[in-house]
Design a protein around this ligand. Structure first.
Ligand code: FES
Length: 408
């Protein structure tokens, strides 16, 4: 059975389900504790493949950009040999930032402190007054590399990879055959929220994105199917309701077909399920990718600390070549306004949520069975943390347990 048939069968089976499963608790402490957050930084963000940007941001050799979304200063370079590389943005002399501006273009990277200079492969190529440095071996002072790889024109970085980017994609890599090489960033906007990042993830999982389709607005979606796939990623398929499906030309919410969006160029390789539903892949830990036939919408969720989160919303559109970006096209205007409305809605939903979690009597969040995706995602997060955080902070821990000290 193909993945799409499997999803359809589960969606058919769930209609009329009893919905009487026991709620699962997420202990409050996992949302407020500094040590829990530090464990996430080390065990999750320090080891995962993370989206650092897109090739179109450093399209030509010599272009570079700094990247600090995980609070570790990195430097992503389109090297003169046409390879994309990533380094710690830290000079091998005394550790000053090699690059201080967020973006630039140069054939060499010169630290402004004492002018040690590196080529775009990271090699130290010039040291002023080199004779003053006794025993300096340039070959031992290259910039420290960070693993970096490309998938569908997206740049991923990983400080401590256990495997390549392909194996990290796991089952998703085989399932997604979308040809998004020619996509460009059309619009990106963000909001910083005073709340733990897992509350933001939970909010997005509980109401998956259903972007507007040209001429139709944002179709209403029905119960979603959420499945954790190989690699710890989630596939969430939300069918449109009967009216939305009919407006798209489908004979029913589960009768999927290869659709295109009126007036807009189509992304090749989507397949019937991705083009006929609001399907979101949630790549662990923090990247949401929602498909439409004419554009891909991303949310990325970046913890600043245990109670601050940067939420970014990005629209990718098929390459518009030398023309102006189609931001004034009515369909794209509607989509960009929708993205802003989603950011505003998340901010409104979570207003005061962090303070609520800190109330002494608060036992945490209770997940009903309609929050299956939230449970699956949190259990997967726990699988990375189980060895370093106490049991009473994990998904499903019973309320009122004696608090054990967090490992530091
Ligand atoms: S710290 Fe970079 S040259 Fe001295």
């Amino acid at each position: 059975m193909s993945p799409a048939d499997d999803v359809r069968a589960r969606l058919q089976a769930r209609s009329g389900g009893s919905g009487d499963a026991e709620p699962v608790r997420l202990p409050a402490r996992r949302f407020v504790d500094r040590a829990f957050y530090e464990a996430e930084r080390a065990e999750v963000f320090g080891r995962a493949w993370l989206l650092a940007g897109r090739l179109d941001e450093i399209a030509r050799p010599g272009l570079y950009m700094t990247w600090e979304k995980t609070r570790v200063p990195l430097l992503v370079v389109h090297a003169v040999d046409d390879v994309i590389r990533c380094f710690y943005n830290s000079c091998r002399h005394r550790g000053a930032p090699v690059v201080r501006v967020p973006r630039g273009r140069n054939r060499a990277l010169r630290c402004q402190y004492h002018s040690w200079t590196y080529d775009t492969s990271g090699k130290l190529v010039s040291v002023p007054d080199e004779r003053d440095f006794v025993d300096l071996r340039r070959e031992e002072r290259s910039l420290v590399p960070v693993a970096c790889d490309i998938a569908n024109s997206a740049i991923f970085v990983n400080e401590a990879p256990e495997g390549g980017l392909g194996s990290w994609f796991g089952g998703a890599g085989e399932e997604l055959t979308v040809e998004s090489e020619g996509l460009r960033t059309l619009d990106q906007r963000s909001v910083t929220l005073p709340v733990n990042w897992k509350r933001v993830i939970g909010n997005l999982l509980a109401s998956p994105p259903a972007p507007p389709r040209p001429g139709l607005g944002a179709p209403a979606i029905t119960d979603a199917d959420a499945e954790l796939v190989d690699g710890g990623h989630l596939r969430i398929v939300a069918p449109f309701d009967a009216a939305g499906a009919s407006a798209l030309g489908l004979s029913g919410p589960l009768d999927w077909a290869n659709l295109s969006d009126a007036d807009l160029p189509t992304i090749a390789g989507l397949g019937p399920m991705l083009s006929s539903t609001a399907t979101t892949w949630v790549f662990f830990p923090n990247l949401f990718v929602t498909y439409t036939p004419s554009g891909i919408f991303n949310f990325t969720v970046w913890p600043g600390d245990e109670e601050t989160t940067l939420l970014e919303a990005t629209w990718l559109a098929p390459d518009w070549g030398e023309e102006d970006a189609p931001v004034e096209h009515p369909a794209w205007r509607e989509r960009i306004e929708w993205a802003q409305a989603r950011l505003d809605a998340v901010a409104a939903d979570l207003e005061g949520a962090q303070d609520e979690m800190k109330e002494p009597a608060r036992q945490g969040l209770s997940l009903q069975d309609d929050c299956e995706a939230v449970r699956l995602w949190n259990e997967n997060l726990d699988s990375h943390l189980r060895a370093v955080v106490p049991p009473d902070t994990l998904t499903g821990a019973a309320p009122g347990e004696v608090r054990s000290p967090l490992a530091t």
